[in-house]
Design a protein around this ligand. Structure first.
Ligand code: MTE
Length: 318
């Protein structure tokens, strides 16, 4: 049941990564073959036929253009989080998530699939296929970050359990355990935290199941041991510390839809034209930047994903 991330991925616990350290580490990881084919600055994303440079225009691992989207540092990414199971302030998860026990960990898969059952993390996520995906992440609260995730396409995971033709949607649930997750003592949202995707969104090669970031295992506050990452949707779709995957026919109710259906829709596509009822989504503050930048439709991934929503009214389906 232990997560077997290759040794070359593991940095010391107290080795909070500076960008310079990470980049030199990254060269080492590439030399060790962990990241797969492609040059460090321009990794090809399997199944998608595009490079990391195309996914994140301006990304340049080794310095370069003023315009590049710089990765946020590990201490920001692990220190400024939403994970309500550990409290509702941004610095609660880093302070409280040490109580989460991530090994051993099991995930129950049920519903319309050929291989339902209880799986370990490594049953579901083939660590020899881990890739780095540097993604823009946009939170509905109008801030954003750039995060170098380590994961595999969710389609790789789902293909192992073989959803059948009745599966139209998939939903994911987080662990419920008040002892490990003190924030669950209150009813700020209805536990378990639940998020879902349409099957074509789930199978899209940009959607990943992440187990690491910055070349090391996920910190508890980022959703260890495994979490969803959907870069064209608001961050709340990225359900953390997953213990259940269910294939269903009907659109599932998700945690935020249950709590405030007028504020949070099922699709949650990043859309600068559709304001949240209480604030605009036209601009965002990249954590670490001064000032605000314009938010991009589908968070900048429109070329890859816009076709999924052809013919849909994206104001009604927010
Ligand atoms: N998953 C669970 N289980 N509980 C949560 O409160 N918050 C979501 C999402 N996943 C949340 C969750 C929200 S609102 C955001 S913005 C992202 O996690 C932020 O996580 P990250 O900064 O670690 O990526």
């Amino acid at each position: 049941m232990l997560i077997k991330i290759k040794n070359s991925w593991d940095l010391n616990e107290n080795d909070v990564t500076s960008e310079a350290h990470y980049l030199s580490r990254r060269k080492f990881i590439r030399a060790a073959g962990v990241l797969g084919a492609g040059s460090a600055a321009n990794l090809m994303i399997p199944n998608l036929g595009v490079s990391q440079e195309e996914l994140m225009p301006g990304t340049n691992m080794y310095g370069g253009s003023e315009l590049r989207d710089e990765q946020n540092t590990l201490d920001i990414i692990t220190g400024y989080n939403n994970f309500y199971e550990f409290g509702t302030n941004k610095d609660d998860p880093v302070a409280n998530a040490h109580t989460l026990i991530t090994e051993p960990w099991s995930v129950t898969v049920d519903g319309h699939c050929d291989n339902p059952g209880v799986y370990s993390v490594e049953d579901l996520v083939d660590h020899s296929k881990l890739e780095e995906r540097i993604y823009r992440m946009r939170c509905v609260e109008a801030w954003s970050m750039v995060i170098p995730w380590a994961g595999v396409s969710l389609s790789e995971v789902l293909n192992k359990v073989k959803p059948n033709s009745k599966a139209k949607y998939v939903y994911f649930e987080t662990l419920v355990d008040k002892k490990q997750m003190p924030g669950q003592a209150g009813n700020v949202i209805k536990w378990p935290y639940r998020e879902g995707l349409r099957m074509d969104e789930a199978m899209h090669p940009l959607t990943i199941m992440a187990v690491g970031l910055y070349g090391r295992k996920l910190a508890n506050q980022n959703g260890a041991p495994l979490r969803l990452v959907v870069p064209w949707k608001y961050g709340f779709k990225g359900v953390k510390s997953i213990v259940k995957i269910s294939f269903v026919e009907r659109k599932p109710n998700t945690s935020w839809m249950r709590l405030a259906p007028n504020e949070y829709g099922f699709y949650a596509n990043v859309n600068p034209k559709v304001p949240h009822p209480r604030w605009s989504q036209a601009k965002e503050r990249r954590i670490g930047d001064f000032g605000r930048r314009k938010t991009l439709m589908f968070n900048g991934y429109g070329e890859q994903v816009a076709y999924l929503y052809d013919g849909m009214n994206l104001r009604r389906n927010f």
